[in-house]
Ligand binder design. Structure first.
Ligand code: CA
Length: 479
């Protein structure tokens, strides 16, 4: 079984990406596949058992209290791309039989993200990497381009990326987009950086006005790598009060060491006011006096998936590791998530057979010890290249039949070409004071599509996925 490198590059061909998946398609079983899978599963079970024994012993040896806010930092949950084609844990009743139904089948080119427009009957805005914003009807037809978009500096992994609506959209019709922005000063010639714009969407949903760039990642860099980026709006004082605030997840642009430099926005999550991009009141303080006031957390590599927990309102994200080491993190104020000092992944070019010794930071026992916050879960030995995530709300929103998915976290994979369902425990403590854990997981739609983003519709309660390489959006239905 050949291992391959994957730098999560937007330019990777779909053929190259397809080789990252090793399991058979769930729709094409054969007895040979079953025998192979059982043999692989048995081998992996043995390896996993041995690894768990090692993890527990090394964890006990260091006391593993993490020393962080009195919390019990549990052992991160390891997700294995090579073996977990189906399910690890859970009962048969908890497995839903689901299928992908094509929703948008034409009129899109390299879609990156989408969001549902409130009070529209189910229309959506879809970003295309090259810079267009498309309006899609509630039956999946592309209705046209939304006018008024700014110029996007398309450069390798950077283009037009995320889109989100203001929680107060009914009152202000405001939308937010992230994109790769070109130089704004002579000194920045040849450099690009992630930026956030806000705009007002016209009543017909086909044009933008009052377009403003409210935040620019500093510094701009001569790099086409690791832009992030997700913009996650919320109301500062609760679900229905206070001004709108934005979390923005920002990649390290290929300059890994800057993720530990708090005088930059490189490899950080920032928390800013939606009106003008100013640092939000209550942001954490950092020991470095030069730390920028926008910072919320540090030490991230390329966070390209993010979502608010539906109960706690806390931010979760998934970020790309190097070779292996993609992470799911609960993002708490002032925390350092370790990149590039520690990671469960190894550097490119290093044979993964040398894992765990080749991991950033060395052997297993020293990973993500304080002052670094460990992930809730990580993938190894290969990467899935997380492309989007959402928490699923079944009660009061999804159709009957989806109850087993209540509160589950779904993460899409580009390299992993599948949808990962993580069933959580201890994830509802208001301040994250109890470390969440993954109880078990399920891998859906293995080998089918590179998932660039996923959202749950507030209109029909179903999950929708952007599959970038086939220029489609799919809906997840019960089979
Ligand atoms: Ca980390």
């Amino acid at each position: 079984m050949a291992l391959r490198l994957y730098d999560h590059d937007e330019q990777q061909s779909s053929a190259a990406a397809s080789s990252a998946s090793c399991g058979p398609s769930r729709w094409s079983w054969s007895s040979q596949n079953v025998i192979l899978l059982v043999a692989t599963a048995c081998t992996v079970a043995l390896v996993t058992t041995l690894l768990c024994v090692f993890l527990v012993s090394s964890s006990n040896a260091r006391g593993d209290d993490g020393g962080l806010s009195g919390s019990s930092e549990g052992i991160p949950f390891a997700l294995d791309v090579l073996s977990s084609n189906l399910t690890s844990g859970g009962t048969l009743a908890e497995m839903l039989s689901v299928k992908l139904t094509p929703f948008v089948t034409s009129g899109l080119s390299k879609p990156w993200s989408f969001c549902f427009i409130p009070s529209s009957g189910g229309q959506m805005l879809v970003t295309e990497f090259a810079g267009a914003l498309k309006l899609v009807s509630n039956t999946g037809s592309v209705l046209g381009n939304v006018s008024g978009m700014p110029t996007v500096a398309v450069y390798r992994q950077g283009g037009l990326m995320d889109v989100a609506v203001d929680p107060q959209f009914a009152a202000n019709r405001r939308v937010f987009l992230t994109f790769s922005e070109g130089p704004q000063t002579p000194e920045d010639a040849g450099k690009v950086g992630t930026a956030v714009m806000s705009a007002v969407l016209a009543n017909d949903n086909l044009s933008l006005s009052n377009v403003q760039v409210i935040f620019r990642q500093q510094p701009k860099l001569d790099s086409g790598a690791h832009f992030g980026s997700r913009v996650v709006p919320f109301r500062r004082d609760g679900p229905s009060s206070g001004p709108t605030v934005l979390y923005v997840t920002l990649g390290e642009r290929g300059f890994a060491n800057l993720a530990q430099d708090n005088s930059t926005h490189i490899g950080k999550v920032v928390r800013i006011m939606a009106d003008d991009g100013a640092p939000a009141p209550g942001n954490p303080s950092f020991s470095n006096p030069a730390a920028l006031p926008h910072l919320f957390s540090t030490g991230h590599r390329n966070p390209q998936a993010a979502a608010l927990h539906p109960t706690t309102g806390l931010l979760w994200l998934a970020e790309h590791g190097p070779q292996g080491g993609d992470e799911v993190n609960l993002v708490l104020p002032g925390r350092n998530y370790g990149w590039p000092i520690v990671s469960y992944g190894c550097d490119y070019g290093t044979p993964l057979s040398q894992s765990p010794g080749c991991r950033y930071g060395g052997a297993l026992g020293v990973h993500h010890n304080p002052p670094f916050t460990p992930p809730i879960a990580y993938w190894f030995p290969q990467s899935i290249a997380p492309g989007g995530m959402t928490f699923f709300r079944a009660s009061g929103l999804a159709p009957p039949g989806f109850a087993a998915w209540e509160g589950n976290l779904f993460v899409g994979g580009l390299a992993g070409r599948s949808l990962w369902r993580l069933v959580l425990a201890n994830d509802k403590s208001p301040n994250g004071s109890i470390t969440p854990t993954v109880r078990w997981h399920q891998r859906l739609f293995s080998t089918e599509h590179e998932i660039r983003d996923l959202r749950q519709s507030p209109f029909d309660g179903l999950l929708y996925l952007v599959a970038r390489e086939d220029n489609r959006i799919y809906r997840v239905d019960l089979a």
